[in-house]
Design a protein around this ligand. Structure first.
Ligand SMILES: [Zn+2]
Length: 495
């Protein structure tokens, strides 16, 4: 099917004047969403964990033809959701060919197209936009100007065309007009200077704006969507109230509610399907990684206001796999099986994603991260082994047993050493691993048990990854505060 190429052809097509004139962007989003609701199709494929919370609210906002804002901490898929709105746009949208702001051929708003329409009428050429081309996104920063966002008077354009500076033809359009008849997303809205917010509001409200003092009329057709950190957004004075008032819906996003959901998101987003080596990621390794993020979100040493992004477990698992890959390549093993030891090797993927509070800063990101990993291991271990009798294994270490499990050691060598620990290998059955499984899988499972015992302080382990007996220190008694002071000496009374 060939598409209409002129306005005359367009009139005779399914993009008739009657249809296209009445179909604003928000109508388009609404109508396509209604179809999707009727067919029961997934509304935002790939958005996990929001099915019962965020998605219904977005659906309502779109049905209400609202401009809306997503409030949430970093790494809560806000930009992703906003981008997914393009899937609710028509596959193709006709506009006046060559128009910078993608004018509707039946009612152009820019001067150029209006002049063109008078001159050429139905012979005007038509071009088309895909949904992706109709989405414009801007990360707000304090240095964004009216020129960036709305436009500027271009003196060179004026001189060349012999126009007055105030002539509309001399305007160099900014991002918002270029999003005309599409979706315009502003991320981190509160970082936008007050003056720019006013400009944005005027466009939303009145369809006109002043550029360098010249009033320019721009009745744009745009679906405006925003994102912000909730604390910044609600802080007094960060958002001008008329703009806030124009926000139809305010929707809160959140981190995954359960570890299972977190694992599903991480599995979807992380780069795991790599070329070459066969990969098996044990369930408990996934869980440990996910629980690091969960533990970090609870930890008081970490800044609550900035949150802990889902990108932490995603980068972490990628690094964990790489460390396991490195080991497999070096020892020419056919199978890549990550171990808990690989999680410690993935610290570079963790430390940079934690915004530390004062107490955390004092301890250092490295130390805080190790603590988080350890508590994640303890929790994951409890899920599999709570109540399991591990006395025999602990005893082996208490009797002087030692084993080194370097993360670079081959599975064969490590397995041989692990088999020497009485009572250990049979416990891996609880992880779904038995003596018939590959050495790579068996070592990973057994190491998880030892790491779990270490996380619960039942056995010891040093920096070189040598597992030993736990310190059987006498219960540490908090010294009373005064003991640190000098012994009390009664002052000799005067006189
Ligand atoms: Zn135009």
């Amino acid at each position: 099917m060939s598409l209409p190429r002129t306005l005359g052809e367009l009139r005779q097509s399914s993009f008739s004047e009657h249809i296209l004139l009445a179909r604003h962007v928000k109508d388009e989003l609404r109508e396509n969403l209604m179809v999707r609701l009727q067919t029961g199709e997934c509304i935002f494929p790939g958005i996990i964990g929001y099915e019962d919370t965020v998605v219904p609210q977005i659906v309502n906002a779109v049905l209400s033809r609202h401009n809306f804002i997503l409030l949430g901490l970093r790494g809560q898929a806000k930009s992703r959701i906003l981008r997914a709105l393009t899937s609710l746009l028509d596959p193709l949208m006709p506009y006046v060919a060559g128009c910078e702001i993608h004018d509707n051929p039946y009612s152009p708003i820019c001067r150029r197209c209006r002049d063109l329409l008078t001159k050429c009428g139905d012979a005007i050429a038509i071009a088309y936009l895909t949904p992706e081309e109709r989405y414009i996104e801007k990360l707000a920063t304090p240095d964004v100007t009216i020129a960036d966002l709305i436009g500027d008077i271009d003196p060179i354009k004026a001189a060349r065309g012999g126009h007055e500076l105030s002539n509309e033809l001399t305007v160099h359009y900014g991002l918002l007009p270029r999003a005309n008849r599409g979706i315009f997303a502003v991320n981190e809205l509160p970082d936008l200077a007050g003056k720019i917010q006013v400009g944005l509001f005027n466009i939303m409200q009145e369809g006109d704006v002043q550029i360098k003092g010249y009033p320019i009329r721009l009745p744009l057709d745009v679906a405006l969507v925003f994102s912000a950190n909730p604390e910044d957004y609600t802080a007094r004075g960060k958002i001008i109230s008329p703009l806030k008032d124009r926000m139809g819906s305010e929707i809160r996003t959140h981190y995954p509610a359960t570890v299972e959901e977190g694992i599903a998101i991480t599995a979807q987003e992380a780069w795991t399907q790599r070329n070459g080596y066969k990969l098996h990621i044990p369930k408990y390794v996934q869980e440990v990684i996910e629980r690091i993020a969960f533990a970090a979100r609870e930890d008081k040493k970490i800044d609550k206001r900035s949150g802990v992004s889902q990108r932490l477990p995603i980068s972490c698992i990628e690094n964990v796999i790489s460390n396991a890959e490195r080991r497999a390549i070096r020892h020419q093993e056919g199978l890549v099986v990550p171990r808990v030891g690989d999680v410690y090797a993935a610290l570079p993927a963790i430390t940079g994603k934690l915004e530390l509070e004062y107490e955390g800063e004092m301890k250092g990101a490295d130390h805080v991260s190790r603590e988080l990993i350890r508590s994640a291991i303890a929790k994951a271990y409890d899920g599999f082994f709570k109540g399991t009798d591990m006395q025999q294994i602990v005893q082996w270490f208490d009797l002087g047993g030692e084993i080194q499990l370097a993360d670079g050691a081959s599975a064969k060598d490590s397995l041989q050493a692990l088999r020497g620990i009485q009572g250990l290998m049979e416990k891996t059955v609880k992880l779904g691993v038995g003596p018939k499984d590959t050495p790579e899988a068996q070592v990973s499972a057994a190491e998880f048990i030892l790491e779990g015992l270490h996380a619960h302080k039942r056995i010891g382990r040093n920096e070189e990854r040598v597992f030993t007996a736990g310190e059987k220190q006498p219960k540490h008694v908090e010294k009373p505060f005064e003991r640190d002071e000098l012994p009390y000496r009664p002052r000799r009374p005067f006189n």
